[in-house]
Design a protein around this ligand. Structure first.
Ligand SMILES: [Zn+2]
Length: 93
């Protein structure tokens, strides 16, 4: 029979492990540097440093400082333009 207090300690210990275990790994473009107490200090591939919550990293909600998504957006936009241009050429050439 585990007392309520012991159960809480177990939970707290597990949380600590969860938070520490990402140090030294990378998530998306983030290099996880250190646990700060309320999030991980991370450095993006572009050099931006930011504290990211453990939850965001574990759920892969945050994969970069935002530079990756703007890259992806630019790529998507370029592809769409190419397609439109190709359609245009088909019609008029
Ligand atoms: Zn970045």
């Amino acid at each position: 029979m585990i007392s309520e207090g012991a159960r809480k300690n177990v939970r707290r210990g597990f949380g600590g492990d969860m938070r520490k275990r990402l140090e030294g790994t990378s998530v998306g473009f983030w290099s996880v540097l250190a646990w700060t107490g309320n999030g991980y200090e991370c450095r993006c591939r572009c050099g931006t440093e930011r504290v990211v919550s453990a939850q965001s990293l574990l759920r892969r909600d945050s994969l970069s400082c935002g530079c990756a998504s703007s890259d992806l957006r630019r790529e998507a936009l370029a592809k769409r333009k190419e397609k439109e241009l190709a359609k245009f050429r088909e019609k008029f050439e």
